[in-house]
Design a protein around this ligand. Structure first.
Ligand SMILES: [Zn+2]
Length: 119
């Protein structure tokens, strides 16, 4: 379902992370991306490999975001880099689907309490 963009995009920006939005159909929170002059509404959860596989089996497109750049996760990109080391993977939003949870979510990056790495 198409939702209203949260604000106008800068002219000439072919790739742009628009920010947060809300789906008019189901009210779910969305992340809004701009890719090749198309507005794409994604679920905000960062996907693991299992989550991406589940999304692809549901025929949802997936996107690799290395802010501020966005890359389509087509078959060659997935074969080259099954789980991206930097950035995160998002799936397209479709109303009626439950948000990804459990093993479908990417693990949190480690957070260190101080500058001391512990070695
Ligand atoms: Zn929706």
């Amino acid at each position: 379902m198409r939702t209203r963009a949260p604000y106008r995009y800068p002219a000439g920006a072919s790739q742009y992370i628009g920010g947060k939005g809300r789906c008019r159909g189901c009210g779910a929170g969305l992340k809004v991306l701009r890719y090749d002059a198309l507005t794409i509404h994604c679920d905000p959860a960062h996907l693991s490999q299992i989550g991406e596989l589940g999304a692809l089996l549901l025929r949802l497109r997936t996107w690799h975001v290395i802010e501020p750049h966005i890359y389509r996760r087509h078959s060659i990109a997935i074969a080259d880099e099954p789980f991206p080391k930097i950035g995160y993977v998002l799936r397209e939003h479709r109303c009626g689907l439950t948000a990804p949870e459990g093993a479908a979510l990417a693990p949190e990056p480690p957070r260190y309490a101080s500058d001391d790495p512990g070695f």
